[in-house]
Design a protein around this ligand. Structure first.
Ligand code: ARG
Length: 279
């Protein structure tokens, strides 16, 4: 019931037609409609949003991502898999209003899943994609800033999710695939962990939501399959910062099961091993 299918799909390669969608969770979300619960994004917003494409019958959208530097994209490790996969299997599409309409796919030179990644629920679900050449920044295309190491994003911080993922459990985004957005509250790690323990057999002493993760969302507002790798962006003192990377959840937009995100501040040192700090 935990959705963790992409690495398998990537490695098994006879793939994807319907595979990105995990089995429905036992209880269905009551509200639907975004990402889940939001609306179409205005054209002038989210200039860092990218679509990660994998070579199949066509260059199929498999995940979101964010431009964090003219030559680097941040995404989830489960989007690229743990094994060494050729960068040639991937392309990056910069900010597009309607997925696949007007594609200008960029080649990828490096694929770097975090070496500590094993599965999303075990953490380190973060990866870097190095573009072959730097992109030209414009009004439409701008990087999202990484947060300072001390940035905590406390519960209640207003943040936004964006993506082309499912609009409900097993409900793919219909054509013309507009980019969607939803505003979500950050949920405290302890509360989120407690919520994930409700109605499960997992012992209270076993952590489900780890320190390198954070949670956001509430019933009816969430990311979903196909949004993975995309940014959880929060506006702090007037500046947009990337707090999280869409990683996992149980179903989508369920009560007591907020979306779980890789906590970007936890991985800043690793990111900066590759990505130069911008002046
Ligand atoms: N693992 C999913 C993907 O590959 C994202 C799941 C996010 N789920 C959630 N309920 N927030 O697209």
């Amino acid at each position: 019931m935990w959705e963790e299918m992409l690495p398998l799909l990537l490695l098994a390669l006879p793939l994807l037609a319907s595979g990105v969608h995990a089995a429905p969770a036992p209880h269905q979300a009551l509200e639907r409609g975004a990402i889940v619960g939001g609306q179409e994004a205005s054209k002038s917003k989210w200039p860092w949003q990218v679509s990660l494409r994998l070579h199949a019958a066509f260059w199929k959208h498999i995940c979101g991502g964010s431009l964090i530097h003219p030559q680097w994209v941040l995404t989830a490790a489960h989007c690229v898999g743990r094994e060494r996969v050729s960068p040639d299997a991937f392309r990056v599409q910069l900010r597009e209003q309607h997925l696949y309409y007007g594609d200008r796919l960029l080649p990828v030179g490096r694929v770097l899943p975090h070496p500590g990644y094993y599965s999303a629920q075990e953490g380190a679900d973060i990866a870097l994609l190095g573009l072959r050449s730097p992109v030209n920044l414009s009004g439409r295309v701008q990087p999202l800033r990484l947060p300072p190491a001390a940035q905590a994003f406390p519960a209640g911080t207003p943040c936004w999710l964006t993506g082309w993922g499912d609009v409900g459990d097993d409900e793919p985004l219909p054509p013309p695939y507009p980019l969607r957005q939803v505003k979500v509250p950050v949920v405290d790690n302890g509360d989120c962990d407690a919520q994930y323990h409700s109605d499960t057999s997992t012992g209270d002493s076993v952590r489900i939501v780890r320190d390198d993760m954070m949670c956001a969302g509430r019933a009816g507002r969430d990311s979903c399959q196909g949004d993975s790798g995309g940014p959880l962006a929060c506006k702090v003192n007037g500046t947009w910062l990337q707090a999280g990377v869409v990683s996992w959840g149980e179903g989508c937009a369920q009560d007591k099961r907020p979306g779980v995100y890789t906590r970007v501040t936890h991985y800043l040192d690793w990111i900066h091993r590759y990505v130069p700090e911008e002046p």
